[in-house]
Design a protein around this ligand. Structure first.
Ligand SMILES: Nc1ncnc2c1ncn2[C@@H]1O[C@H](COP(=O)(O)OP(=O)(O)OP(=O)(O)O)[C@@H](O)[C@H]1O
Length: 381
């Protein structure tokens, strides 16, 4: 019963879990590599927690198979379900779940009692873990007297002290305020770099996912719709849902105008019937027929903006008027009303002069930054 691939830590095959006849997890296949942080990201109700609870052993899935380091811990066809406490998984949840009547040190030590370690080894491990998480000074303090951030650090210390083969974290930072969340996010990242514990991290916070993940699996309606590294996910979303969920983007309706596979395709955009003046050349391969309805997507920071000087119309440019200009310190956020009537978001960083509301502008859409989605919302690569 061992996995063929030693680089795989957690292997999930055809996982399915229904509640009252409705699938919460609907055929998930997932391989988590040794030492990586894999983030499950998605909107509320998409099935992240149910997937995570199935891995940990707190949920009894209807179908599928789960292995951890080559050991089968769940197999519906064999009615095999190894209990949670025998799966060797450390868990950190949104609610801190630490014992308030114990000190910080006792909290961490208590988790090791289950492992029946010799006292000296247990003491050493506790010391090392407290040090790793910057909790040494707080060791004697009753856990009830800690701040939220400190409590979450204790919860993490408690799991890490057990040296789990896999660490599962479910929205561990979501009860903390924004500043603390950012600080702990950096600490988590550093901790992972030094320990390389295989981690599965569940969140609906895209910033957290991008910052922490080696790979992100985006979930939608119980399925993983894209699984890749953060940069690819952001730059090459596979579906319109992913493009929309991860970061801001402009969606513009258009009609396929030209194109041969291998050279990219051109889209008349602006209105559903393609009657506007602008043609956008893209590097996306041709996957449809001229006249098909498509949706263009371009990120606000990819669009160039400059005051219009009466230049002749050219491909990949759009004329418009600044409707909103918001200076945000490190960037400026514009909303431009295009000549075809769309409102297009543009984000500029750097020291460009601010373009005031009412300024006539020309937007530039670089071909490689434009993605094309068909009416099913699938991207063309
Ligand atoms: N114990 C349960 N009984 C009935 N329905 C459930 C149960 N647990 C989850 N569900 C349903 O299954 C679906 C997936 O829930 P799940 O908690 O896995 O989603 P999630 O992506 O983790 O959401 P959130 O971010 O809000 O926690 C939801 O529709 C939810 O209402």
């Amino acid at each position: 019963m061992t996995s063929a691939d030693a680089n795989v830590s957690v292997e999930i095959t055809a996982l399915r879990k229904t509640f009252n006849g409705k699938a919460a997890v609907d055929g998930v296949d997932l391989s988590v590599r040794q030492g990586e942080t894999l983030v499950l990201l998605g909107p509320s109700g998409c099935g992240k927690t149910t997937t995570m609870r199935s891995i940990v052993g707190l949920e009894d899935p209807d179908e599928g198979r789960i292995t951890i380091d080559g050991r089968v811990v769940f197999d519906s066809s064999k009615r095999l379900h190894i209990p949670a406490n025998e799966r060797g998984i450390g868990m950190v949840f949104q609610s801190y779940a630490i014992w308030p009547h114990m000190t910080v040190r006792q909290n961490v030590q208590f988790s090791l009692k289950i492992q029946k370690l010799a006292k000296r080894e247990s003491d050493e491990r506790v010391d090392r873990t407290l040090e790793l998480l910057g909790l040494t000074e707080l060791g004697p303090r009753p856990a009830s007297l800690l701040s939220g951030g400190q409590m979450q650090r204790v919860a993490l210390a408690r799991s890490l002290a057990m040296r789990p083969s896999v660490l599962v974290l479910d929205e561990p930072l979501s009860n903390l305020d924004a500043r603390l969340r950012e600080r702990l996010r950096i600490e988590l990242k550093e901790l992972h770099e030094s320990l390389k514990t295989t981690s599965i991290y569940v969140t609906h916070d895209q910033g957290e996912a991008l910052a922490l993940a080696d790979r992100i699996g985006v979930m939608h309606d119980g399925k993983i719709v894209q699984l890749t590294d953060p940069v690819t996910l952001y730059r090459r979303p596979a579906t319109q849902f992913v493009a929309d969920f991860l970061g801001a983007t402009n969606f513009l309706p258009g009609v396929l105008a030209t194109g041969k596979d291998g050279t990219g395709c051109g889209v008349r955009w602006g209105t559903d019937d393609g009657q506007s003046a602008a043609t956008v050349q893209t590097t996306c391969p041709m996957r449809g027929a001229v006249g098909d309805k498509v949706t263009l997507s371009i990120r606000p920071e990819a669009i160039g903006i400059a005051a219009a000087g009466g230049e002749p119309a050219a491909d990949n440019t759009v004329e418009g008027v600044v409707a909103v200009a918001s200076f945000m310190g490190d960037h400026t956020q514009y909303v431009v009303e295009s000549s075809a009537g769309q409102r297009i978001q543009v984000k500029r960083t750097g020291n460009d002069d601010l373009l005031e509301r009412g300024t006539k502008v020309r937007l530039t859409l670089p071909p490689a930054a434009v993605r094309v989605f068909d009416i099913e919302g699938q991207a063309w690569y």
